[in-house]
Design a protein around this ligand. Sequence first.
Ligand code: ATP
Length: 645
Amino acid sequence: MTMGGGTWVKIRRALNAENLGLRWDGTSSEIASAEEPVEVDFSQLRARGKARTQQTLWRLMSYVRPHWPYAVGVTAAIVSGAALELVQPWILGFILIGDVLGGGNLSRANLGLLPWVVLLLGVTFGFKQVSSFFKGYLSEVLGQKTVHRLRSEVYQSIEHLPLHVFDKSRSGELVSRVVSDVNEVEKVMTEDVANVVANGVMIVGSIGLLFLVNPGLALIVAPVGVLLVVVVNLFKRTIKRFSAKIHEAVADLTAKAFEVFSGIRIVKSFLLEHHEADEFRDRSLRMGRAKVRVARLSAVYSSSVDLLTFAALIGVIWYAAPSVVAGTIKLGALVAFFGLMDKMFKPLVQLSKDSLKVQKAIAAGDRIFEAIDAEQEALYVPGGLVPTAIAGRIEFDRVSFGYRPGRNVLEDLSLVIEPGETVAVVGPSGVGKSTIVSLLLRFYEPTSGRILIDGYPIDRINLGALRRSIGLVMQEPVLFSGSIRDNIKGVKLRASDDDVVRASQAANAHEFVARLPRGYDTQIGERGVSLSVGQRQRIAIARALLKEPSILILDEATSNIDSESESLIQDALRRLGRRRTMIIIGHRLSSIMDADRIVVLEGGGIVEMGTHDALIEKGGTYTRLYEAQIDRVPREPTHDELVEP
Ligand code: ATP
């Protein structure tokens, strides 16, 4: 069975486990999606607030604001670090060259000042290290505090998106919002923002000092500085374009590996290893080529930057050397000037580069806020009904629904299920059986008609209360990483260990769990592979039972398992069905024959309804389905067939 992003979200929703911190174990036996995946289109969703690129930076800053003492600390560390950095060329030029070495005139040298120079250099170096420590440490703390909130918010928002967003998204796409996009912002927050500010302070400080030292020389350097910014920005744009291609290539490569590894059984069984490896190699090659192109461009870019700074240096030397000889510029001032030039050019180049990273982080921030702002399902709305007890009467009143406009899956469907009744829904594949379940759980809303539980329209019942009253067991038993106990208890954290055992006993799971060396503490291994499908299914049933739902839905829950497991599950279900309304969707008719009523779907509506015997007697669609299955099961030979002719 294909299990895209939507399936496990369905399970979490049905379990109401979104807030319980359980991790999905994602057992899937096929490659993620056969259909061409569609990028998540959050624009389809009504945005609560408008996240526009220009607002993103301010919005990111709003996450920093609560931690302002750290921001103040980082700024103080940056400013003091920059000031100390700029002091050094000053000490070297004016004090060491100018005073200690007499500005090139040895008769005026004063070596007595040398210890003071060493002391000054030592003190500035020491303080610079202290401020650099605080800059690094405090910006990491600030970044982590900020990003932690952002990451948690985007994760929670994505969990609460309506299911149709998950249907249309690539498995990796939503994960990438939580992981890659947040990482992008994190990197900039913890490193680059501090560097941008530090470089900004350095540039402003060094330009001021350059003009202070010698305005004439500073005017030679200024146009080169401007040209440098222009060149860096020109390259930046091209590098940005190529980097985006690399980003896509990396995402493509990751998605490919993700798909293949999660569907490794299919890949191996169809001997697709070579084919998949070739595809991976092609993608890897494409990524490699894109990276080489960026490296080539970066090399040309570096040389251009070096050429410009070299030109500025030559210009200053050409103009200043005669002036030093003529005595109009002091040697110490020239040395200080060279030092300050270096302190200006490096941050200038770095600042332009970092601004690209900041832009990328803003783009990532945009994507994050898009997800945070997207319309979410509200589990509790003011004025929503919260019935104290649900008896389990379900009514579909002329319900129509289609996943795409103009293509209804269900057409005018009406059905009443009484409390405590077990109703089986059967019909050909793709007829809309699971869709009925999805509508009942309000994963989707009907296009027309109403669904009522105990007489309340379900869109008036608070979503949390509705989903709490329904237990869902699906064909693919999805377990989350953690212990068996965590998995069962996850839906009801208040449950005691005895409750867990009782639910497991009712689901016929206790016996095999108790036989495991670590019992309920057994960790569900890497994707739960250490348990059979039937065992996982029974744990899934125990989980649904612990919730004590008034309505239990089994969506093809026994179609993947052997007959021994099936009979254990059937046995458990028979006991459970007495106390609650049950809807069983099944392909395997053996699993539904005992139902109080069997509903046969065809062509978007109900074509037959009744008990197994009544439907067989009628000789309609159900009989056809039944006979088709019986034909597939090897029969015992009849007496006549055994008699030799
Ligand atoms: P099966 O017995 O094979 O599980 P089913 O009777 O349960 O099938 P549904 O899963 O309800 O059928 O699907 C009914 C129709 O709706 C199918 O044609 C299916 O392709 C389509 N469909 C189901 N889910 C979606 C979705 N999320 N988005 C678009 N179309 C969907």
